[in-house]
Design a protein around this ligand. Structure first.
Ligand code: SF4
Length: 177
């Protein structure tokens, strides 16, 4: 026991160092999102998260968007608890058979016009879960997808870049993506 306590004091933590992210690049990206957002919608963008069967790696990166470093809300982006209040459905994971109906109902409950963003490699086509008896495939197998953000998992900066691409592709009417 004493040996482990000593090792704990001497050894470095086993966790990987956090990736370096430039604060000024993040600010620039966030302000680009904010600028487009207010030009297109004239208000904040509400995002509803749906885990359709992911390993939770993608959720951890999405959650990081709300931490004090990324602080997504300062750029006019916020997560909401109900699809009825959402502009964007952000879906992670391969869609499992158990979640197919829930995803479909969540999509139906979201008011038009709406965008669907598939996050992570699994959300594109099932990723590393392809061939599993438990999945129906990527998000597009169940609901129409407007944008896919690749990565396993995509980091918070990539997610923000994806949302910027979504806004850039939208016309003055967000239903035209
Ligand atoms: S893309 Fe990677 S991190 Fe995201 S759900 Fe799939 S395996 Fe997990």
């Amino acid at each position: 026991m004493r040996k482990f306590l000593l090792q704990g004091l001497i050894r470095r933590p086993l966790t990987e160092p956090a990736p370096r992210v430039s604060g000024s690049a993040l600010e620039e990206l966030g302000h680009a999102v904010q600028h487009l957002l207010f030009r297109r919608l004239g208000r904040s963008l509400s995002i509803r998260m749906i885990d359709a069967g992911s390993c939770n790696g993608c959720e951890m990166e999405i959650n990081a968007l709300g931490n004090p470093f990324y602080d997504l809300e300062r750029f006019g982006l916020k997560f909401v608890a109900s699809p009825r209040h959402a502009d964007v459905l952000m879906v992670t994971g391969p869609v499992t058979k158990n979640m197919r109906e829930a995803l479909k109902r969540t999509y139906d409950a979201t008011p038009e016009p709406k965008w669907v963003v598939a996050v992570g490699d699994c959300a594109r086509d099932g990723g590393c879960f392809v061939g599993s008896y438990a999945i129906v495939g990527g998000v597009a197998a169940v609901v129409p997808v407007d944008l896919h953000i690749p990565g396993c998992p995509p980091n918070p900066t990539t997610l923000l870049q994806g949302l910027l691409a979504l806004l850039e592709r939208s016309g003055t009417n967000k239903g035209t993506i």
